[in-house]
Design a protein around this ligand. Structure first.
Ligand SMILES: [Zn+2]
Length: 320
């Protein structure tokens, strides 16, 4: 159980849900949300977290947190696991990309596109949804990302079964749910929701994305990648390691402060180590962008990692 904003949360997807609370809080602060909904045809000045009093919380952020639907999170993870495998070379992986595309496309405020790239003679794609910022003099972009492809290690066969519920349907679910909630608001900066392919083959989707962004002079201020946030662990507590390099330490600290400020209740481990390059955040480091990665506690790691047993049902003891 966890307490968020004074409310006790009993959750079947505890780790994913609280990680999502943190993601929503941090990103809405960073991107400078408006106090009003888009449906109200009025722009009030953004009361950004960055300018608020220490330890104060923002009611709009709490309103966003309250909109998180655990049923939706479960559905995204279940739907993604139901493709059987999302190994990047398979047609099922491509179908799962279309599923993500269609989910983003439900929200009118988002501009959705597939970014195609070729790896090893196979055409693959990243799925990108953009929520344009309302301040046209501000080119800043914040990225919320995860990888949707999956894999299993020998002796298992990734063409047969790679459900990848924790790795990384959990991260994709957080991206989709954030997109759903954010699409009801307007932000000063542009927010992009990006799901990568071919992470498991060697970060090829994100390398392509970050390289293109650099050559387009995209002004990416920060990237938050979530990769494996579903497993609560044997202690049944929501733990999160947040990994950054020196350049992005401010973003790790902001995550930590927000976790405390909103009483989100994650056991938070700050790790500044530029040698931890095993997920898509490091493709952005290579292009000198600030990026961090959230992952469940490495000391209490998912025993079903890269096996055909990485199901939604094996993520938490609440899931029977
Ligand atoms: Zn992963």
């Amino acid at each position: 159980m966890s307490r968020v904003g004074g409310v006790e949360l009993v959750s079947r997807l505890l780790a994913t849900t609280v990680a999502l609370f943190l993601l929503l809080s941090v990103c809405s602060s960073l991107a400078g949300f408006e106090a009003t909904r888009t449906s109200l045809d009025q722009h009030e000045s953004s009361d950004s977290f960055k300018t608020s009093e220490p330890n104060s919380t923002n009611p709009t952020i709490e309103e966003m947190i309250a909109q998180v639907s655990e049923q939706d999170l479960e559905k995204y993870i279940q739907d993604l696991q139901d493709f059987g495998t999302r190994y990047a070379y398979t047609t099922q992986c491509n179908e799962s990309a279309q599923y993500i595309y269609d989910e983003f496309d439900k929200y009118e405020a988002l501009e959705v596109e597939s970014q195609y790239f070729v790896y090893n003679d196979h055409t693959m794609r990243n799925v990108v949804a953009t929520l344009p910022g309302f301040n046209t003099t501000n080119n800043s972009i914040y990225i919320i990302s995860a990888h949707y492809d999956s894999i299993v290690n020998y002796p298992f066969n990734p063409y047969e079964s790679a459900p990848g519920a924790d790795d990384d349907a959990s991260g994709v679910a957080a991206v989709l749910e954030t997109a759903k909630i954010f699409s009801k608001y307007r932000f000063e900066s542009t927010v992009r929701f990006v799901t990568f392919s071919a992470e498991e083959l060697g970060l090829f989707g994100s390398r392509y994305y970050a390289g293109q962004a650099k050559s387009n002079y995209d002004d990416i201020e920060g990237v938050i990648q979530f990769d494996m946030i579903g497993y609560t662990g044997s202690d049944d507590k929501p733990d999160l390691d947040i990994i950054g390099d020196n350049q992005s330490e401010w973003l790790v600290d902001l995550m930590n402060d927000t976790n405390d400020r909103y009483g989100i209740g994650i056991n938070f481990d700050k790790i500044i180590d530029s040698t931890l390059t095993w997920s898509d955040h490091s493709s952005f480091w290579d292009e000198r962008y600030c990026a961090i990665c959230g992952i469940e506690d490495q000391e209490d790691f998912n025993p079903y990692y890269h096996t055909p047993y990485d199901y939604r049902q094996t993520q938490s003891c609440f899931c029977k």
